[in-house]
Design a protein around this ligand. Sequence first.
Ligand code: GLA
Length: 320
Amino acid sequence: MSTVSLKDVYKDYFKIGAAVNNRCLDNDKQLILKHFSSVTCEYEMKFAGLRRRDLTFDFANADKIYNFAIENGIEVRGHNFVWHQGIYPDVFEDLSKQRLLQLLQEQMKTAGERYSKISSWDVLNEAISDDWNGWLRDTVWLRKLGDDYFMTVYRMARRLLPDKKLVYNDFNEYEAPKRKNMIKLVNLLKAEGLIDAIGMQCHINIKTCTADALKRAFEDFSKLGLPIHVTEIDVGLPEMDDPTPLSQMSAEQIEKQATLYQQLFAIMREYSEIIESATLWGVRDDQSWLNNFHFKRDCTALLFDKNGDPTEAFYRITQF
Ligand code: GLA
């Protein structure tokens, strides 16, 4: 079915991105070329995406995506240097603080130089605790590098990658208490000139998220005077603890999902002066991480269904 091109429809607003992996690079090449002006490696540039278990580098998977994108004039977002997942936790536990810092330094320098056309990196991902009354997530990075490790890693990134945009990326940003902690962290980094953009992941769903909550999130972040990258959009259907299989969506669910997509993109267009990119976390539904999350059920949360056909949400966000 012939459709408009997403990236063309949004060319006066912001880049349209997708998380890709090597499988979807093979299966969805035409969709990527037609609709997306930016890509993020779904896994391949994470710490363990770039290294084997013995910590030696293996660039093959990341190179394939990077080269495809650059050859086709598509921007690549760097994702990510420091996260509690995408590492080898047991290997990390045995490292000294000094060795971990050395590895991180090597990671930033090597990836920064090898993927030289990447202009923005998510330096730290999801550092805020899931206990919103708390502060930082308890991770191996924090335990090894200390309570102010977030300052350490951004100082390192600024020194090693002086010409890159340094981003802080996190989820549930539409929930006020979580956002408060994100803003606190961003302000601490900002005070030392260590951050250049905020990454709002935007993994949302029709049960817990509303257009009002999204609007407040964009409004609050816009006050920080930094550009925004919307980094991991998907609009899921049930709450995480609802075991209903999702392969058959009701008309009401489809409508709610399409409406929330439509509202999100309308809000993003309003803030387009400060939004640099809006990235979907996957190209089509069969790629979505949600299929493997929690109840392991078929999920539909993206703009293309598992056959690669546009969903109702696709039409809603391209007609305005
Ligand atoms: C987080 C990470 C992403 C991706 C998703 C889904 O949001 O930032 O890289 O792994 O989880 O798994």
